[in-house]
Design a protein around this ligand. Sequence first.
Ligand SMILES: Cc1cc2nc3c(=O)[nH]c(=O)nc-3n(C[C@H](O)[C@H](O)[C@H](O)COP(=O)(O)OP(=O)(O)OC[C@H]3O[C@@H](n4cnc5c(N)ncnc54)[C@H](O)[C@@H]3O)c2cc1C
Length: 358
Amino acid sequence: MQISKLKCSIMMGFGMFQSTLKGALSHISQLRSLPKNTRMVHNKVTIIGSGPAAHTAAIYLARAEIKPTLYEGMFANGVAAGGQLTTTTEIENFPGFPEGLTGSELMDKMKEQSERFGTEVITETVAKVDVTSRPFKYWTEFNEDAEPNTTDALILATGASAKRMNLPGEETYWQQGISACAVCDGAVPIFRNKPLAVIGGGDSACEEASFLTKYGSKVYMLVRKDHLRASTIMQRRAEKNEKIEILYNTEGLEAKGDGKFLNALRLLNNKTKQEYDLPVNGLFYAIGHTPATSIVAGQVDLYENGYVKTVPGSAITSVPGVFAAGDVQDSRYRQAITSAGSGCMAALDAEKFLAEQE
Ligand SMILES: Cc1cc2nc3c(=O)[nH]c(=O)nc-3n(C[C@H](O)[C@H](O)[C@H](O)COP(=O)(O)OP(=O)(O)OC[C@H]3O[C@@H](n4cnc5c(N)ncnc54)[C@H](O)[C@@H]3O)c2cc1C
């Protein structure tokens, strides 16, 4: 147990260092190439995004000899090219990698596979799109006033980002005890048989807390209000679970630890105004995600929570020729493998759309 814990710490620490360094280096090299796009281009298919959805779509389209152009972004929405997986360490649930690999390694492999079949990957952020008429128009960051580029079909794979609370100490213990994905990180050895906390009071928080009881010795749900927002069935499930304790009127104030790993939370009871430390080795945020849909808002139908609406079982959006894949259209599963699956769907839908236009 001790050895596996140590191994995990080293891997997590090294992984974080690697991804931070990599992000910084890639940012510097990206900045060096600025501004780059002064020539207007026309593409058959343009993919916006660089996570598993974007690269899977690219692999399928490139293999179908529709040379796609993929804009991987330049820290678009604060996420490095490669997407959310570049912010994590070990990925143990992506099929095909029985030993696990880091998020950055997985994304590097996907990018390599996209390029191998002829995808053009451009390290720029798409700042603006106009999908009101075809061919669609788009502009990249720093080129918003230039002539637009055009495309016959567009795949949105811009992802989403987990909301964070930015508590003092959060940066230090991010991925060293703090996570925003219980399904992704719950099984990591540092959380096994340890007290854990989930912040949030909705369905996801109840679901994540229940899920974490498989691993933690106890799971505290920290709820700001005096009641849960979750559906009745989810509330009952959480309330009945002997390993879950719901702390109402409770707010997080600070993430504390030994400099390496989280070991406590400073909390406030907003009713009694009492502050105290709760010993926990894991903190999971379940306070929602923000889909990266601002560039299409008002042009493509979105749900109230901002996610792109797609025709069930497809990547088809309300605008013919615009397809959406990955977390940007999925508020439910939000996994690398489901994103990759929907990237495949978007590519096949786009291919069919183009064939029908010929
Ligand atoms: C900490 C953490 C750990 C996780 N661990 C796992 C795990 O172990 N297993 C698992 O299956 N899932 C995991 N996930 C979830 C997984 O990362 C996501 O489900 C998946 O990455 C979503 O892929 P995506 O292709 O939709 O887009 P994202 O990965 O969200 O990538 C979208 C990319 O598009 C870019 N972009 C956005 N807007 C623009 C624009 N206008 N122009 C150009 N580029 C743009 C962004 O910068 C980003 O790089 C984890 C998530 C997090 C946050």
